[in-house]
Design a protein around this ligand. Sequence first.
Ligand code: M6R
Length: 429
Amino acid sequence: MIGTTEGSSFLASDVPAILKFTRQVYYIDNLQVGRIRPGEVLFYDLNGDEVQLPLTEITWDTAAAEKDGYEHFMLKEIHEQPRAVRDTLNSLIRDGAVDLSGAGLTDDILRSIRRIDMVACGSAWHVSVAAQYVIEDLAGLPVRVELASEYRYRRIPSSPDTLVIVISQSGETADSLAALRVAKERGALTLAVVNVIGSTIAREADHTLYTLAGPEIAVATTKAYSAQLIAMDALAVRLALVRGAITEEKCAELITALQAIPDQISRVLEEKQRLQWFSSKIVNTHDIFFIGRGLDYAISLEGSLKMKEISYIHSEAYAAGELKHGTISLIEHNTLVIGVLTQGSLFEKTLSNMLECKSRGAYLMGLTTNGNFSVEDSVNFTVYVPKTDEHFIASVAIVPLQLLGYYTSVNRGLDVDKPRNLAKSVTVE
Ligand code: M6R
């Protein structure tokens, strides 16, 4: 995209990069050329004929691109999550019902889908993994989740009754964009769940659902992840209702649970000092394993990425039941194992996998919901989060893990917002 202001022009792959200079931007398309001079941009097609592109006014608040008194953008964005989740949810709920008409998703379309493929990278892929459990469980619809970098080179048969959902904060991630194009070529119906308005993925998908996280500056995503998660939960609820998998009463109950999430996130944020203290204990740890089953595995994936990308501590997320098939040999004296235990039916199973690690010397942290106090008999440190409908717990349970990654990075004296080797928008393959 290209931005202009009086006397200057800017070329960037993403809006936040230039937000403090200008809000007037042009989105240049494929096979177009922009000629940039200070304060003036002209566009041409490949024949050299001038073309007129619309000037887009970015409505994001410029204050959103300032730290606003926080030490780092990441900490500010973690604290913006109640607002980001509430705004996104409010944009999808009308008169007490999930309404996806803004994305052009009618109930007829939702009823006609036979399969959902979700395609994304990094944290957006972790949202997809979480959403897979929620959609399958609530709506009874088969869902597959693919890394965009893999999907684009596979020959997965699709048809118009396959809905391919591409999730991306930036809307510019090269692999996700390529996957979207491949899905369209294969005849699938496509939905983009995107944060940056007017981005390429948003423009090219058949349907676009915008998350309202606002500009995200820190390389490690937090509020955009949470906004994507709530959008996918709302989609799951609507799918479940129109396909007859849940009653109107159940639907109302689920929507009430979704609407309570912003306040529950605020409550978790009030407990941040405990995470700050615990991070000072683990600051010299070499390896951290995050384990869980079902949705707790999806939460573990994101918790592990948050830790490793900004603290540079080696970390892996594992489906708890899979450890014994090889990885448990890495557990030694004082290896930190963080068990995510929010799913009632899987609690005992995961706890027993944690104890298998403890008996091999691991130091245990448990992350569970209020009331599960028995966990303290087994683990060294416990973090509690408010209870919600178990389908939606990722929105609440991820927050302590974001804080843990953040404080560990700070305690190690690292560049939290710009970790080494990483870019905010990954526009290369
Ligand atoms: O802009 P996107 O959501 O498509 O970006 C996807 C990943 O590059 C991104 O989530 C990345 O994994 C972040 N560094 C995670 O914090």
